[in-house]
Ligand binder design. Structure first.
Ligand code: ADP
Ligand code: MG
Length: 837
């Protein structure tokens, strides 16, 4: 209690000093005392025990000088105020250090006086703030409202950035830095550089624009021995046209004063200028600069509205002295092996780095940690699970190979052997098979299904739509009949009697393989011994749906398949999933000829369709869903379009219709009619996007192509080109914007889903990538600051290896208690955090 009263005193004194400096050292009249009298009294009184004898002596001297303050010239008043602030600052720092960190002995010099005086707004809000809380010793878990100059209200604001404690602030990494560290002589300045210049004030002027009473201009001519430069700064607002303020500014920057100024160099019509500058008066040209910005590498933080960059910097600076207290959970040996700097140093350097190398080292260390813990968590989680080991009891796979009508591609073979290795491992498989549309993922999954079945386990294959589930069923049942393996289909449309029978066979274990939709995750579905779950087009499922399927067994192996390419760096650095890539199409496929069309070329499109249909081929015409909320409108549009096409354009052909508002059996009917060639044209909304495999279709016309995402267009296009015939994709669009055209051109140029995804990713900007863990603040993540992608991948590999080594050494982490604690923290956070959902 006693010490907090002492804190309060210092705080009040500092406030008085700030206001006095802000008003230009006029010896302000307070409610009770003149400024000088208040200082003289306060410093002359009995001081609390934390003040040591030299502090007391200095306080007494200052107290005596304040008695004569009124008769001193401004420059001496300024000096006196600065001295006082320095003393108070030191005392308080030591107080904090004594309470929390006895080894912190270095006395920082006083805070920047001039800066606070120039930044009138922030200084004022400081002094007029309401409800200041008594300060408390700095500690990592200290709530921010106990810091100097942070009112409960400001602290409340900071919580919007999820900043509550000192530790939160230290872990709030800057998204960029501005380098003012380079001090350059005026002669050598170049346009566009951010620099610091040290020189003397040759002329200072501050005036309100004659044209605009709201605009006040500060101009300083600064000289060093090599030349001169003009510093410009503009102040908008009535209060700056106030003469008092302008006079006070002038007094702060007397002619001949040595100053340091940081800003951006501009070379204009009238010579060199320094824009957006910050300035600080120095005692001499070698004097240490106190400012948080001038002469330093300045952090730039992700912000939200109502929080200024200065505020964050001020808070960070207050928190930094305790950064050394941050313990490093990573064992020293590991750190040495991977040449990582210590955590406390990394955190200090990531905010206010000494130089760019230190900054890079800090970013490397912090990114390493991120990858390291993520990997550790996933390894740990998987160690908890006991893998079902598949030991073949029969030879189903050999039998399948004998009946397969085609040769597997190299990429398919590679994926299959990766899967087989997983299935014999000690932890459950968690593998993604990623392959472009038509690359033949299904057969790869069939190998896995057979491996489960021949080992005496049950398997499930879940697809996102009935159309797709049925298609898988149809294909697989063909092969499995030849192998004498029963398979059933379970969807929302399965009849009750059939459903009951299927469910009971699953429960007894008679039925080794079930294929279905979401129907598989209902409570009524129980397996006897589920050993493998295969999920097709898994991005269509929620994380919850996926885990509900897995819970139907005890840590079953998991295989997921997707044609939606995930950019390499994303999956490499974000997944806890192993990835197999099928980067090769089955032989004999002709590339799909893709053409961008304007509505005026519609006739040509219809002509091509007629020709193809005449040769016995079939055609898709796809309309976009404009907006989820307008589903009905789109459906109406599709219905009307079909009517129009049927009656006017293609009266001689049969046209089917497929849209999302149809019941599943209606959909099935439409697809099956098309499959059996009973309709030549299928008008569809995006329902056909996923996986439909009708090799006889050779043309796809996509209306309003600009309304689709590139990945989606690529998926749609994949519905044709599945047979040996030449296929066509026609992208109809009347979008005139260059960006839209450029996007669509990507499809004209490439059939490579990876390339298209990467381009799409670039064109959309990095903003809303699926698959990234939303880490922390404003979507910014420390790894984004690594200078290049290769470095990021390398670091990821290293972090993975480090985590693996550690888990191998001690799978419980109990011999590394600090690491264990940190790990637990991450574990909580990432628990259940499957990345690809
Ligand atoms: P997707 O990867 O898009 O799911 P599918 O598994 O549906 O692709 O395969 C597309 C078509 O290619 C199917 O008709 C399939 O039978 C056939 N296919 C798969 N692998 C091969 C292969 N190695 N050689 C020839 N055809 C193949
Ligand atoms: Mg498929």
């Amino acid at each position: 209690m006693e010490s907090s009263t002492a804190h309060l005193d210092i705080n009040r004194l500092q406030q008085a000093l700030t206001v006095e400096a802000e008003r230009g050292f006029v010896n302000l009249q307070g409610r009770q005392y003149l400024f000088a009298d208040f200082l003289s009294l306060s410093l002359g009184q009995n001081l609390p025990p934390v003040w040591d004898s030299s502090d007391r002596l200095q306080a007494q001297t200052l107290s005596n000088q304040y008695a004569k303050y009124a008769s001193l010239p401004i420059s001496q008043r300024q000096h006196l105020v600065a001295e006082t602030r320095r003393l108070l600052y030191d005392v308080r720092r030591r107080e904090i250090a004594a309470a929390s960190a006895p080894q912190l002995t270095k006395k920082p010099k006083t805070e920047i006086l001039v800066k606070q005086a120039t930044k009138t707004t922030s200084a004022r809000s400081n002094s007029t703030q309401t409800g200041t809380t008594a300060l408390k010793p700095l500690s990592l878990d200290l709530n921010l409202q106990y810091l100097e100059g942070i009112s409960p209200k400001v602290a409340e604001k900071l919580t919007r950035l999820d900043l509550h404690t000192v530790e939160d602030v230290l872990n709030y990494y800057p998204r960029d830095h501005i380098d003012y560290a380079r001090q350059i002589e005026i002669r050598n300045l170049n346009d566009g550089e951010t620099v610091t210049v040290i020189g003397t004030i040759h002329r200072y002027s501050c005036f309100t624009s004659p044209k605009n009473p709201n605009l006040t201009i500060v101009e300083i001519i600064l000289r060093d021995r090599t030349g001169q430069i003009k510093l410009n700064r503009f102040w908008a607002g009535k209060r700056y046209s106030n003469r008092g303020w302008q006079e006070q500014q002038k007094r702060l920057y007397p002619q001949g004063a040595t100053v340091a100024a940081s800003g951006v160099v501009k070379r204009g019509k009238y010579g060199l200028t320094l824009e957006d500058f910050d300035i600080e008066v120095l005692d001499h040209s070698q004097d240490r600069i106190e400012s948080n910005t001038i002469g330093r590498v300045v952090p730039v933080y992700p912000l939200t509205e109502g929080i200024s960059p200065e505020l964050i910097r001020r808070v960070v600076i207050q928190c930094l002295p305790i950064a050394h207290k941050i313990a490093d959970p990573i064992p020293e040996k590991l750190r040495k092996d991977y040449q990582l700097i210590g955590l406390a140093e990394a955190i200090a350097q990531v905010h206010y780095p000494d130089d760019s190398e230190k900054l890079e080292a800090a970013i490397v260390r912090l990114t390493f940690d991120k990858y390291f813990y993520r990997r550790l968590v996933s390894l740990y989680r998987r160690n908890q699970q006991k893998a079902i080991q598949f030991v073949p009891r029969s030879h189903l796979i050999e039998k399948l190979e004998a009946i397969l009508p085609f040769q597997l591609t190299g990429a398919q073979n590679r994926s299959i052997s990766e899967i087989r290795a997983d299935l014999q491992g000690t932890t459950p498989m968690n593998r993604l098979v990623q392959g472009d549309v038509g690359s033949g993922k299904t057969i790869v999954a069939v190998y896995a299904l057979l491996a489960a079945i021949e080992s005496g386990y049950q398997a499930a294959l879940m697809a996102p739509t009935e159309v797709l589930a049925e298609q898988h069923y149809r294909k697989i049942v063909e092969w499995f009949n030849l192998l004498y393996i029963p398979v059933e289909l379970l969807t929302g449309s399965t009849r009750t009697a059939k459903r009951r029978e299927t469910l009971s066979q699953l429960e007894t274990g008679e039925l080794p393989l079930i294929i279905g939709t979401h129907a598989l995750i209902q409570d009524t579905v129980n397996f006897c011994r589920l050993g493998l779950a295969v999920i097709d087009e898994q991005h269509r499922f929620g994380r919850d749906q996926r885990s509900r399927l897995l819970q139907k067994g005890e840590d079953p192996h998991v295989l997921i398949m997707t044609a939606t390419p995930i950019p390499r760096t994303l999956y490499l650095t974000n997944s806890e999933i192993e990835v197999s890539i099928i980067d090769e199409l089955p032989p004999g496929r002709k590339p799909i000829q893709t053409t961008l069309l304007k509505p005026s070329q519609r006739k040509d499109a219809y002509e091509l369709m007629r020709r193809e249909i005449a040769q016995g081929r079939q055609v898709y015409i796809v309309f976009p869903l404009v907006e989820e909320s307008d589903k009905m409108e789109d459906v109406k549009a599709a219905i009307q379009e079909r009517e129009h096409l049927q009656s006017v354009v293609f009266p001689n052909f049969k046209i089917g219709l497929l849209h999302g508002q149809m019941t599943s059996s209606e959909k099935d009917e439409a697809i099956n009619q098309f499959r059996r060639s009973e309709t030549e044209i299928l008008v569809a909304t995006t329902v056909v996007e996923v996986g439909v495999d009708i090799p006889n279709a050779s043309v796809m016309l996509i209306e309003h192509a600009d309304r689709f995402g590139l990945a989606q267009l690529h998926q749609l296009r994949g519905r044709v080109g599945r047979g040996a015939a030449q296929s066509y994709c026609l992208l109809m669009s009347n979008a005139k914007s260059e960006v839209a055209q450029e996007r669509l051109k990507v499809l004209e140029q490439s059939q490579d889903g990876f390339f298209i995804a990467e381009r799409d990713f670039q064109l959309r900007g990095k903003g809303k990538d699926e698959g990234t863990e939303q880490s922390g603040h404003a979507g910014f993540s420390i790894e984004d600051r690594l200078s290049d992608e290769a470095k990021r991948l390398e670091l990821y590999q290293i972090a993975r290896e480090a985590a693996e080594r550690l888990i191998k050494k001690d799978s419980t982490l109990e011999s590394f208690p600090q690491l264990k604690a940190e790990f637990d923290h991450h574990y909580q956070r990432l628990q259940g955090g499957a990345i690809f959902t």
